[in-house]
Design a protein around this ligand. Structure first.
Ligand SMILES: Nc1ncnc2c1ncn2[C@@H]1O[C@H](COP(=O)(O)OP(=O)(O)OP(=O)(O)O)[C@@H](O)[C@H]1O
Ligand SMILES: [Mg+2]
Length: 339
């Protein structure tokens, strides 16, 4: 057994990371889809290059698996700068951040993944670092404590978050540019699948690639992962057609015709059955499907909302009529009472 994640989870496991590394586009031109973000980044990087300065700080926001880490690497590549990696959860104290910042070489890109999970004290240190390339370090304790200023090398902060709403406004405001990554269209995901199939030497008809793309939850990571399961299916079921392989693999991994996975469906069903279509609060909903509220909010809901199956209202989460239809439960209030 490997610790490979289920193809249904948008987050990556350890084995997945190695595989993703191989398929990761290295230039903006190779990066499929997201035309707005690509255009915006291109302009920003070109202008910085013309003025021979470090590019502005960039925040990459969006659900898991849409290409935030990929873009951070591309930003380094395209601007010819080395990328240092750090991650929010590993920055537990301001001192952790001070160590990272003071080790930067002039012009480097500092990539901070999951920045919303960084310690508060570090956040405040980061404000000053981003603005003035300077930090204040506390030396000593108690009455004798003093703050010593430390000059930093100019750097570009590239930060990623699946929960931009959790970032305090002063931090969000200090980024020169925020890229909001959107779920990919079926056409763009088809290009992702075709590109990956080519790189992995998997033969796939264009109809099969399109079907796989349509059912990949608008997410390149999921498309790539399901592609590997389709490859497995073709290996094991010799002689099956590509489209049979796609249907077979997706059914086996519980991906429905919409591309919804089991957790997506259990959220929809819980709202329909236990909460009569809503509204229901996030924590109550999360408890009823046995998941963390954060997972529901940052992984499950964005896609259901974008597909028009779920609505977030001030009173809580509600099914849309389309969402209700998807659960296959009859929508009249009497019937909802009975389930
Ligand atoms: N635009 C794209 N074109 C082609 N492949 C892509 C694109 N975006 C993402 N991918 C593929 O999807 C994988 C996952 O992307 P990435 O790791 O950048 O997601 P992420 O947004 O950082 O996710 P997380 O929030 O979980 O860290 C990449 O390894 C790459 O293979
Ligand atoms: Mg990432």
């Amino acid at each position: 057994m490997t610790d490979e994640a289920s193809p249904l989870q948008p987050e990556a496991s350890v084995e997945e990371l190695a595989f993703e590394g191989a398929l990761r586009p290295e230039t903006l031109a190779e990066f499929v889809g997201q035309p707005r973000v690509r255009g915006q980044l291109e302009l920003l990087l070109k202008a910085a290059a013309l003025q021979q300065r470090a590019p502005d700080h960039i925040l990459l926001a969006g659900p898991p698996g849409l290409g935030k880490t990929t873009l951070a690497m591309i930003i380094g590549n395209e601007s010819g700068r080395a990328v240092r990696m750090a991650s929010g959860p590993a920055i537990q104290h301001a001192g952790d951040l001070a160590a990272v910042l003071s080790a930067l070489v002039p012009g480097e890109v500092l990539f901070v993944d999951e920045i919303h999970r960084m310690a508060k004290s570090a956040e405040e240190m980061l404000y000053l670092a981003m603005e003035d390339f300077r930090i204040d370090i506390m030396v000593g304790k108690g009455a004798g404590a003093a703050s010593v200023p430390l000059e930093l090398s100019p750097f570009t902060l590239v930060a990623a978050t699946t929960r931009s709403g959790m970032l305090p406004a002063p931090l969000r405001d200090r980024f020169g540019f925020t890229a909001h990554l959107e779920f990919y269209s079926a056409e763009d995901l088809t290009r992702v699948v075709t590109r990956s199939a080519g790189m992995l030497d998997i033969q796939l008809t264009s109809a099969a690639a399109a079907e796989l793309a349509k059912r990949s939850r608008g997410t390149p990571r999921i498309a790539n992962r399901l592609l590997r399961r389709v490859r497995d299916w073709k290996l094991v079921h010799e002689g099956s057609s590509d489209i049979e392989a796609v249907h077979g693999a997706l059914e086996l991994y519980d991906v429905d015709a919409y591309g919804l996975d089991r957790l997506d469906r259990s959220v929809l069903e819980a709202i329909a059955k236990s909460f009569k279509g809503g509204p229901v609060g996030l924590t109550t909903l999360a408890a009823s499907v046995g998941e963390e509220a954060e997972t529901i909010e940052s992984v499950v809901e964005p896609y259901l909302v974008r597909e028009g199956l779920l609505a977030r209202t001030p009173r809580g989460r509600m099914l849309t009529s389309e969402g209700l239809r998807h659960t296959g439960i009859d929508g009249s209030p009497d019937q909802l009472d009975g389930v």
